[in-house]
Design a protein around this ligand. Structure first.
Ligand code: PGA
Length: 253
């Protein structure tokens, strides 16, 4: 059965002390996660060790990187290799967030390479895809997202693909307060699953967690997560407030 995941994406926010306190408040809530539920925290790189250690004692809670580089090691000043993440016990890494695609020119091929290195190091990539507003307005979002999936994922075999988590994040909904409707989310998630099923078969597609991201809040998470093909969320702004993210975790199916 596929996992239901509430993933926090702190982006470049919070000091170390604020981050530590936020995690503590969430842990103090002692939310009981079911066997198939996960809470994942994509924290800034300097806080990964702290987050990993803090969450280590709580079942189904994980720290995640927000990014890694598409090279194994070497003269790449400022970058973080997947192997380094593994060496500090990190098991998840966000790959291809739209902010990285836009500001750091990350291509679909580069994201494939990043995920390859993650998988080699037993790190589950949280692969982000999603269309900009112009594409949504033109009504061509399905083929746009399909191309992202094909170019970054289809060179993986079945076993590899099943380790990847997909996050559908329509760019027009990120940080805008404008959430996709449940119909829009379900429609795209079903499309993504159908694209995966065509390439890898139904069983594989049914096993992949597909998260929704883009203005997930405490007051809309339950409705979004209740959609058949929405297996949780990737949450930016609302993950910075303990009370809100606790509610979001509790909204998982
Ligand atoms: P948001 O960000 O929840 O603040 O819209 C989501 C994301 O970028 O992952």
């Amino acid at each position: 059965m596929r996992k239901q995941i509430a993933a926090a994406n702190w982006k470049m926010n919070l000091t170390y002390q604020q981050g530590e306190q936020l995690l503590q408040e969430i842990l103090d809530a002692k939310i009981h996660l079911k066997e198939d539920q996960r809470a994942v925290f994509a924290v800034p790189a300097p806080y990964l060790t702290m987050a990993g250690q803090k969450l280590a004692g709580s079942k189904n809670y994980f720290a995640s990187a927000q990014n890694c580089y598409n090279k194994k090691s070497g003269a790449y000043t400022g970058e973080t290799a997947a192997e380094m993440l593994k060496s500090i016990g990190i098991e998840f890494c966000v790959v291809g967030h739209s902010e990285r695609r836009e500001y750091f020119n990350e291509s679909n091929q580069m994201l494939f390479e990043k995920m390859q290195l993650c998988l080699e190091n037993e790190i589950a990539p949280i692969f982000c895809c999603g269309e900009p507003l112009s594409i949504r307005e033109a009504g061509t979002q399905n083929s746009y997202v399909e191309t992202q999936l094909k170019e970054s994922l289809f060179d993986f075999n079945e076993a590899q693909l099943q380790k990847i988590v997909i996050a559908y994040e329509p760019i027009w909904a990120i940080g805008t307060g404008k959430t996709a409707s449940t119909e829009q989310a379900q429609e795209m998630h079903a499309h993504i699953r159908a694209v995966l099923a065509k390439q890898y078969g139904n069983t594989v597609a049914e096993n992949i967690s597909i998260l929704y991201g883009g203005s997930v809040k405490a007051n809309n998470a339950k409705e979004l997560f209740s959609c058949l093909d929405v297996d949780g969320g990737l949450v930016g702004g609302a993950s910075l407030v303990a009370k809100d993210f606790i509610t979001i975790i509790q909204s998982l199916k």
